[in-house]
Design a protein around this ligand. Structure first.
Ligand code: NAD
Length: 275
């Protein structure tokens, strides 16, 4: 019950990582406010965790200010998880338009900037707080997600460091979590899939996720929620301006270094040479 007496805002709390985080924080005693654009999902999670749902499109800074302001007005804001997101534009660098780039970054980067911007003064007046931003393993490598998404997630890492520096004087810690391949609806949602097609695709995704990294099981939303809860908690009181990779080892290195079924370049040369 490490969050008893704390009030938390979780964006994107209607589904996936945000939902698991809302559940985890509530289990540990927090009053959780969920901001999302999925009203039915957000209301359901809020009811399940004994929290509140407040509609908020994080692409709109006015709605972010209203969300954190409402939580603060209920008795003070202590914790913020800037987590809402979607895949954004899938265009490559030689085809993407300025509008698509801006739309993706409004959703994935400016939203985090504005979340911190509007929460920080509220936390400062209470004597401090803690913020976690959801980045991604795609911040560190190619091929994990489209370019506009990956660049936004990389910027979230640096934003986290600079915000942590600027807000340390107010006793506000800012950290990021960088998930690997986690089985949520984000992939099918990005493709506009619903119903049976979505369920079928999600089952395929779960199978692929179990084989995608050194840890031989699919990444779960609860894996990320546990990391977020740690970073928000007093146990992480000496941790700020950093990120925690929770990716089952995906970022360790190339597949041949951990998968005995995939030969390395040297294995291939040796085999060709008859050794
Ligand atoms: P999800 O689709 O299950 O949940 C995303 C939630 O964000 C949904 O409830 C959705 O309604 C909400 N949302 C989308 N656009 C919004 C907007 N404009 N305003 C408010 N809410 C909005 O996906 P998830 O995997 O749980 O994603 C959560 C975060 O984790 C995202 O930032 C995502 O980029 C990040 N992430 C996910 C993975 C993964 O493998 N699933 C990996 C790395 C990072």
């Amino acid at each position: 019950m490490r969050f008893v007496g704390k009030r938390a805002v979780v964006t994107g709390g209607a589904s996936g990582i945000g939902r698991a985080t809302a559940e985890r924080l509530a289990q540990d005693g927090a009053e959780v406010w969920i901001g999302d654009i999925d009203d039915a999902g957000g209301e359901a999670v809020a009811a399940a965790v004994g929290g509140r749902y407040h509609r908020c499109d994080v692409s709109d800074p006015v709605q972010i200010a209203a969300l954190v302001g409402a939580a603060d007005a209920a008795g003070g804001l202590d914790l913020l998880v800037n987590n809402a997101g979607a895949g954004g534009s899938r265009e490559r660098i030689d085809a993407i338009s300025a509008d698509e780039w801006d739309r993706t970054h409004a959703l994935l980067l400016r939203s985090v900037v504005m979340g911190i911007r509007h929460a920080a003064p509220l936390m400062a007046k209470r004597g401090g707080g803690a913020i976690v931003n959801t980045s991604s393993v795609s911040a560190f490598q190619s091929g994990a997600a489209p370019i506009a998404y990956s660049v936004a997630k990389a910027a979230v890492i640096h934003l986290t460091r600079l915000a942590a520096a600027e807000l340390s004087q107010h006793n506000i810690r800012v950290n990021a979590v960088a998930p690997g391949f986690i089985t949520t609806n984000i992939f099918t949602a990005s493709l506009g899939m619903t119903g049976a097609a979505r369920d079928q695709a999600n089952a395929m995704i779960a199978g692929a996720a179990a084989q995608a990294q050194p840890v031989r099981r699919a990444g779960r939303p609860e894996d990320i929620a546990a990391a977020i809860a740690y970073l928000l908690s007093d146990e992480a009181g000496f941790v700020t301006g950093t990120h925690l990779l929770v990716d089952g080892g995906m970022n360790i290195g190339p597949r041949h270094s951990w998968d005995p079924d995939v030969p390395s370049f040297f294995d291939a040369i040796g085999k060709a040479a008859g050794q």
